[in-house]
Design a binder for this molecule. Structure first.
Ligand SMILES: [Fe+2]
Length: 159
């Protein structure tokens, strides 16, 4: 299967796939970080943040699967090893054991900024390639991340 079978130009799809794969790697590292926050959260915000982190990593899991399957739909292979994820991701792992609750939230806000910036770049690339399917999908991810940035920033009381 190649991009031609869904009426897209093979050459134009290459940068889309490369960027979707890069985003996939970033989401994997982000996913595990948020999962670590969910496990290791302590203190009076436990019940609020334990639940919020679960909502975020559950959404990330769906996003990861959608990204990988979009790459396959475009006729290419998604990165599938942690070796690749760690090597390619701009988002880096952190130790969440013993991390203060507000520091966890700030770490997640920072990662969301990276994801949003990458997603905004992909919107341009997919528009250029005429790939409305990827464009629409990534736009949804970005809007979810934007909204959660607002909520998490409100939680830590930052403008
Ligand atoms: Fe859990």
């Amino acid at each position: 299967m190649n991009a031609k079978e869904i009426s897209l130009e093979e050459g134009k799809v290459k940068p889309v796939v490369d960027h979707l794969n890069d985003l996939l790697a970033n989401y994997h590292i982000y996913y595990q970080k948020v999962r670590g926050c969910h496990w290791n959260i302590k203190g009076q915000n436990f019940f609020t943040l334990h639940l919020k982190f679960e909502e975020l990593y559950t959404a990330a899991l769906t996003t990861i699967d959608e990204l990988a399957e979009r790459i396959l739909t475009l006729g290419k292979s998604p990165y599938s090893t942690f070796h690749d994820y760690i090597e390619k991701s701009a988002i880096k792992e952190i130790q969440t054991i013993g991390l203060k609750d507000t520091k966890m939230v700030k770490a997640v806000i920072e990662d969301l900024a990276v994801l949003i910036s990458k997603e905004r770049e992909i919107l341009d690339i997919t528009a250029e390639a005429g790939d409305d399917g990827s464009n629409d999908m990534v736009n949804r991810f970005m809007q979810f991340n934007e909204k959660n940035t607002w909520m998490l920033r409100s939680f830590v009381n930052e403008d």
